[in-house]
Design a protein around this ligand. Sequence first.
Ligand SMILES: Nc1ncnc2c1ncn2[C@@H]1O[C@H](COP(=O)(O)OP(=O)(O)OP(=O)(O)O)[C@@H](O)[C@H]1O
Length: 304
Amino acid sequence: MTAITADGVSKRYGTVTALDRVSLSVEEGEIFGFLGPNGAGKSTFINVLLDFVRPTDGSVELFGHDCQGEGVAARERVGVLPDGYSVFDRLTGRQHLEYAVRSKAAADDPAEILDRVGISEAADRPASDYSTGMKQRLILGMSLVGDPDLLLLDEPTTGLDPNGAAEIRSILREERDRGAAIFFSSHILEQVEAICDRVGILQDGELVAVDTIDGLRQSIGGGTKLLIDVDELDDATTETVRSVDGVETATASDGTTLEVTCTNDAKMDVVVELQRLGADVVNFRTEEASLEEMFAAYTRGGRA
Ligand SMILES: Nc1ncnc2c1ncn2[C@@H]1O[C@H](COP(=O)(O)OP(=O)(O)OP(=O)(O)O)[C@@H](O)[C@H]1O
């Protein structure tokens, strides 16, 4: 079933267009990454889904229920980790979970969830004593109560160290595997690349691309990255390679390594050009473009 359906959603604050005709859908059993730089409109979109913000135009549905007209029904099957959440300072982690279980009339064991999100040691300490990462884990734990069919997570890995972020990703995969839809916003590209089935790229309120990571790679022309070791490398050589047809970027790294992103067709042209310039190619390897490079290609404009 379709978990999220957004149809032409716009939100304007005075002269600021926070969302500009955003249309997308997210299915159950998929992890959708909502990616964009600061101020792109990610939180505004999640807030529209939660009916904290009313759209200026367009509509959004969760499981076929209009988020604005049928808000209670729309949010019934949803677990949320909002932007700028706060904890109840005097309640312990366990009491937070007990509260979530009661308010959702669920049957979860708070101890099990605390263990799952890695804070069982701190279960009986007041949440005011928790670090940022522990609070994040606690709120994520609360969002998991009742096995929701959709998890809406605004920057879920903020404040976590790399191991913590990896643990959270593995919880999200488990949730996806039991059939939940997961929608999470992030400006951290690696987080999205590591886990998402599909990605939407938001730029100045506009959805400039929606695809799988592989699909995005293909649509930027193969997005091949070449790493070419040469005997000597100067600025003029790098500059000339940059002007070869089909080359997106060319940068010198480590003194004698040239990093080039280009279309598949341009690969050989780059090598031929280097030879023409008299550079001796010592080693040559290719890598797939990272999400970071794709993101740069999209947000520079002209790619959508
Ligand atoms: N209540 C508001 N009043 C006026 N402008 C707002 C309001 N909320 C958001 N905006 C503006 O809308 C735009 C999108 O903001 P939003 O918080 O949705 O971005 P974001 O992608 O979540 O950013 P970040 O990654 O920094 O959290 C920004 O220009 C912001 O200043």
